[in-house]
Design a protein around this ligand. Structure first.
Ligand SMILES: Cc1cc2ncn([C@H]3O[C@H](COP(=O)(O)O)[C@@H](O)[C@H]3O)c2cc1C
Ligand SMILES: O=C(O)c1cccnc1
Length: 349
């Protein structure tokens, strides 16, 4: 696999950034998480006057062999049907992306459906029509996984060349909360039960069945000598949409972009990418805490403090799109707000 050069942002500018934030006309620290977000973006861009340009939302879609085994409340066909919905502009992510000025592209990383050739808004990077069922065998080969990472990186390099410096990550793939649970379990060491949730809305019996199936997959992997190497775990349990997203994230951090991280599934890709390149976390804005069980612990494992907690459990990038006005607010206050000196306001005694 091509290696990515992801640097920890130079901290020399941090004192000046913090000073600029602290001199704004407000009690010290009063803009809370917005202050941390402003500092993070200033560090990423190495400037006291950051800007967000040409925001793009990428929705990565793929099918999962394990979906047929019954890890989701919905049928696998919903994946391609929702891709059609995205292309027609009618899904939640279309609404919120439009509202907040994002360009939106859908990436077919491995949907089990023929979309009939070139389509507006659809990037065809289909590796195969769905992964293999990881309950019985690895979801993908190492070569497919490496190909997905490369292809994801390629998309983001194109966006960077078009002047985009902020990318929202979203996904669609029936069964992909199960994949995200396995990745989160393997890469955090947290008990599987703490990483598994109801996804699209499994009832108690469905949740128990999902957990049993995932245990079976893990036993097969461990009995075959499977370890916790992030690339191996990604190939073993990932989806093509997750692996492609990992590559896109690595390239985005390499290009010093701001990465808008959505919920549990996008978070699992960020977790894999950050295990491959720990400095990636310095480029991530964690947009929301999903209601999916397991997201809280996944976020804690990455030391992430999300901007929103609205009880969302949708995916598609919706949490990222909804949080974007707050990210803009962080940049705007840093650029536009008066200081005690410029406004002639008295500071604390
Ligand atoms: C109509 C519909 C639209 C969606 N949009 C996102 N997801 C979300 O649900 C899926 C993950 O949940 P699970 O692992 O339980 O299948 C993903 O496709 C995710 O993006 C949707 C799910 C449905 C049913
Ligand atoms: O948090 C998510 O990304 C999520 C949760 C449930 C279903 N789909 C996505």
């Amino acid at each position: 696999m091509h290696s990515f050069e992801i640097k920890v942002p130079n901290r020399d500018i941090e004192t000046a950034l913090q000073h600029k934030i602290d001199r704004k006309t407000k009690p010290l620290g009063a803009l809370g998480l917005l202050e941390k977000t402003a500092r993070k973006i200033g560090l990423i861009q190495q400037t006291l006057t950051p800007s967000l340009n040409n925001p793009q939302m990428l929705v990565f879609a793929g099918d999962h062999g394990a979906a047929k085994a019954g890890v989701s409340a919905y049928p696998q066909d919903v994946t391609w049907q929702m891709v059609e919905n995205f292309l027609a502009g009618g899904a939640a992510i279309n609404v919120f992306a439009r509202q907040n000025g994002f360009g939106l592209s859908v990436v077919d990383a491995g949907v089990a459906h023929d979309f009939g050739g070139q389509r507006d808004g659809l990037i065809d990077l289909k590796i195969a029509p769905g992964t293999a069922n990881y309950i019985e065998q690895p979801a993908m080969t190492a070569a497919q996984c490496a190909q997905a990472i490369e292809q994801g990186a390629g998309i983001v390099r194109g966006l960077a060349a078009a002047g985009c410096n902020v990318v929202g990550f979203g996904e669609m793939g029936i069964g992909n909360t199960a994949s995200a649970s396995l990745l989160t379990h393997c890469l955090t060491g947290l008990p599987l039960a703490e990483c598994v949730g109801r996804g699209t809305g499994l009832d108690d019996a469905g949740l128990a069945r999902k957990q049993d199936l995932l245990e079976t997959a893990l036993v097969r992997y461990r009995n075959g000598g499977g370890d916790n190497d992030p690339f191996t775990v990604l190939a073993e349990f990932g989806g093509f949409e997750i692996a492609t997203m990992v590559g896109a994230m690595l390239a985005a951090a390499e290009a010093k972009m701001v990465l808008l991280i959505d919920g549990f599934i996008v978070g699992s890709a960020a977790l894999v990418a950050s295990c491959l390149a720990p400095a990636l976390l310095d480029y991530c804005v964690f947009c929301h805490r999903s209601a999916e069980a397991g997201h809280r612990t996944q976020l804690l494992a990455m030391g992430a403090e999300p901007l929103l907690d609205l009880g969302l459990r949708l995916g598609e990038g919706t949490g990222a799109a909804l949080a974007y006005p707050l990210v803009q607010a962080a940049v705007n206050f840093l650029n536009e707000m008066a200081s005690f000196e410029s406004a002639g306001v008295s500071d604390k005694e």
